[in-house]
Design a protein around this ligand. Sequence first.
Ligand SMILES: NC(=O)c1ccc[n+]([C@@H]2O[C@H](COP(=O)([O-])OP(=O)(O)OC[C@H]3O[C@@H](n4cnc5c(N)ncnc54)[C@H](O)[C@@H]3O)[C@@H](O)[C@H]2O)c1
Length: 356
Amino acid sequence: MTTSPLRVGLIGTGRISDLHAIEYLQNPDARIVALCDRDTAQAKSKAAAWGIRDVAVDDDIDAFLARPDLDLVEILLPHHLHLPVALKAMAAGKIVSLQKPMCLNLEEADQLVAAAEAHDRPVKIFENFIFYPPVMKARALIDEGAIGTPLSIRIKSNPARSATAWEVPAAANAWRQETGHAGGGPLVFDDGHHKFALAWHFMGNPSEVHAFIGDCEGPGGIRFDAQSMVSFRFPGNRVGNLEIVYSPGMELMTQHYAQDDRVEITGTAGVIFINGGHGRLGATPPVTLYRDGALTTYDVPSGWEHSFIQSTRHYINALKTGGAPVLTAAEGRQVLRFALAAEQSAREGRTIRLDV
Ligand SMILES: NC(=O)c1ccc[n+]([C@@H]2O[C@H](COP(=O)([O-])OP(=O)(O)OC[C@H]3O[C@@H](n4cnc5c(N)ncnc54)[C@H](O)[C@@H]3O)[C@@H](O)[C@H]2O)c1
């Protein structure tokens, strides 16, 4: 069904493409053969940095998708381009991996799900946080019964500052400030997708969502949708929340975005702490379990790049073995609906019911 190695093309060679490239560059079952970006100088310099100098570079998405030597396209574009480019990629017969959020609203999501389900090749919505090794460890512990039945998930996103953070180009921030391009705020909707995906991964679909969304000046004069608080209820008397706080004067450790992410999952018999995400506060252990009066720590790879490596590796294996992508388009729609409910709740000042 698929060529081996898979011939991969990236559409969009902006900030996040560096982390997408890693597994394709090292996995023997895949090979990056072409790059597409309207900024071809940037695409060429990425190719050089990744050591793939013989790669084809295109500035036109239609011409790129017409290439017969591409099996899989990884779509890494601003959100308003997700639906049209994903539809074109499917029409061109490609295997598709589309970055989160799959699109801007549920009408678009319905179109994408219908097209993906009619497409005869797999379509993945790329959500890496659920493949972050500390998250995978927490999930394995929960599945073994380590905390009993999970009753609550508490997620903290804490953007701050970091001398070691990677540089984010002004252009990557600019489209995120436009609702028509981004679909929602940079922290609650865009980065929030990962946090809603975590809540969904550990607790399932919420029945109710309520949000307060703040507004403040972020780094470089951009607007941040902080301080914010989203709370959710799940069927079976289970709850959760996402709290977003910007701490401009707090230094943290990261190689990527200047943001710390912490998760606490409380069950009937214990608590699991995931002590980081993009970054961390000092040398915290990646995962801590409290149970029966004792704390146990787990040391698993905690660089954020591992979430991309594991997610891409899972897809390449799924393509080889016929397994389902994670997320499917239908699952991507569930996470999108969760994120959109938070935006709608704050806008309308009311709780949004998702179980009706
Ligand atoms: N999974 C994660 O943790 C994560 C993190 C960051 C970004 N993302 C997602 O990745 C995607 C890209 O984000 P980014 O931060 O890399 O953005 P970016 O702005 O750095 O990169 C987007 C790239 O698309 C190119 N582009 C825009 N319009 C184009 C067009 N019409 N034709 C060709 N090229 C075009 C731009 O030149 C740019 O290089 C978004 O969907 C974002 O939500 C995911």
